[in-house]
Design a protein around this ligand. Structure first.
Ligand SMILES: Cc1ncc(COP(=O)(O)O)c(C=O)c1O
Length: 467
């Protein structure tokens, strides 16, 4: 017997017989007017539910998801984990208050700091010198932040990192809870975690007070589908709801919401079996790919994550990506040194075999002299906060040549990849040391992401006076 999926069933029933609608969306799925791609588009209000939401179909679906993840509250979003991160920033503290934040934060969380006016205290992950990739946030770094800042209101972590690494969340949760500080986890990349004995548990099970996860990333929801999960105690759940609603559309697509309901149902009914296959496929792919001379296959904490380092093969990641594309294979991420193909529970032995074979062919074709790994150390220079992210966001700004940037306050981020940790963030002082180091890295071919001029010949800074 399949488990219930009240919202998805309501959507199916509506689409099977929607009658004649006098509601939005204006296309009304009308033949001759609506493009075929609109045939699944329907609203929640006066669509999947009635005009007063009296069927509570969304609420019932959210409660099933809360039960699955072991949370007191679950909300389905149509605006990705971006929305969830920003909601939790608003819910966790008030303007001017301090929160500890992993420096691996996604830009949506930086947006959360701006919206809520929070003052970040940065916690740095460790970086693997062999791969240049960020590994985990040491519990000791969290303990130090708590010791140095007794006024912290929350800790925000990204778990797993983009490259699949996880921290010791139990130890971190114990440390923050001792200080009555909630642990809030951006688990955008870990919607599948906890649903197979071979996978690490998800953040709520490991002690987090809240977590955000993209059901569209590693599960099977429509793009934009995401959930916010929270537990009461250190977080005010009414405040989490209020913040969530503040930033959510009043016209959510019931199709996106229902796809999260179906994803939850799939995990509940067949997750373990499907994840068994995904774990085995990635383990097998890792074994085969390790036979490619010079290719680094990372030991991610997430057994379903594949991260490939090309520097030792001499092949250029952009060329490999182009070869794969010519073979009809698209990658989630490729830069010169790193490839990230996403494998999920939707993959099959045939899809993963195609990927591995195409990589073997392309790397053989593009092989060259091994490059020293471009593991930047720039990010480890200590940032100096001059103004808050919120002040930097609203400040007038101007572009200046690098030669005139030292001593000014950055209005943009600069993050060398790998490890993708900002060396400079809006509101921070541009020191000679940081600028010279960033320029040296850019000249050596390291990608410096998120800044408007990646050559770093010019920088966007906060204007000295209104412009
Ligand atoms: C760590 C992290 N958090 C949050 C997000 C935002 O998720 P979404 O694209 O679902 O809004 C991303 C997106 O890639 C991410 O990598």
């Amino acid at each position: 017997m399949p488990s219930d999926a009240p919202l998805a069933d309501a959507v199916d029933a509506f689409l099977a017989d929607s009658g004649t609608t006098f509601t939005v969306p204006g296309h009304k799925r009308a033949p001759g007017v609506a493009d075929p791609l609109l045939m699944l588009d329907l609203p929640l209000v006066s669509g999947a539910d009635d005009s007063r939401l009296s069927g509570d179909v969304l609420g019932r679906a959210e409660r099933l998801a809360a039960r699955l993840w072991g949370a007191d509250l679950c909300r389905f979003s149509v605006a990705g984990s971006t929305h969830g991160n920003q909601s939790l920033a608003l819910a966790a503290a008030r303007p001017g208050e301090r929160v500890a934040v992993a420096r691996t934060l996604h830009k949506s969380m930086f947006g959360g700091l701006v919206l809520a006016g929070l003052e970040p205290v940065w916690v740095r992950p460790a970086v693997d010198p062999q791969t240049g990739l960020a590994t985990q946030v040491p519990a000791a770094a969290v303990a130090a932040a708590l010791r140095d800042h007794p006024d912290l209101r929350a800790l925000f972590l990204v778990e797993p990192s983009y490259v699949g690494m996880l921290s010791d969340l139990e130890a971190i949760a114990a440390a923050v809870h001792e200080a009555a500080v909630p642990l809030i986890v951006d688990q955008a990349w870990g919607a599948h975690l906890g649903f197979h004995p071979g996978l690490p548990a998800h953040a709520i099970a490991r002690g987090a007070d809240a977590m955000v996860t993209s059901t569209h990333k590693t599960l099977t929801a429509f793009t934009q589908g995401s959930v916010v999960l929270a537990r009461g105690g250190l977080l005010d759940l009414a405040r989490v709801e209020e913040s969530f609603e503040l930033l959510h559309t009043t016209s959510p697509s019931a199709a996106i919401l229902a796809s999260t309901d179906r994803a939850r149902q799939l995990v509940e009914d067949r997750g373990e079996q499907l994840l068994e296959q995904a774990i085995a496929l990635v383990a097998d792919a890792r074994t085969r790919l390790r036979r490619i001379d010079g290719l680094h296959v990372s030991e991610a904490s997430d057994p379903v994550k594949l991260v490939l380092g090309l520097a030792g093969t001499g092949a250029d990641g952009f060329q490999v990506e182009a070869d794969l594309l010519a073979d009809g294979l698209r990658l989630e991420m490729a830069d010169r040194d790193t490839l990230v193909p996403i494998v999920t529970l939707a993959d099959t032995p045939a899809t993963v075999a195609r990927l591995v074979e195409a990589l073997e062919r392309s790397i053989a074709l593009r092989r060259g002299a091994a490059r020293p790994l471009a593991a930047s150390s720039v990010w480890s220079l200590q940032p100096v906060a001059a103004i808050s992210p919120r002040e930097a966001f609203f400040a007038p700004r101007e572009r200046v040549p690098a030669g005139r940037a030292v001593g000014r306050v950055a209005a943009e981020t600069a993050a060398p990849y790998p490890p993708g940790i900002p060396a400079l963030a809006p509101g921070e002082l541009i020191t000679e040391e940081i600028l010279v180091a960033l320029q040296r890295e850019a000249a050596a071919g390291t990608r410096v992401a998120y800044c408007s001029d990646p050559t770093l010949e010019t920088l966007l800074v906060v204007a000295d006076r209104p412009v």
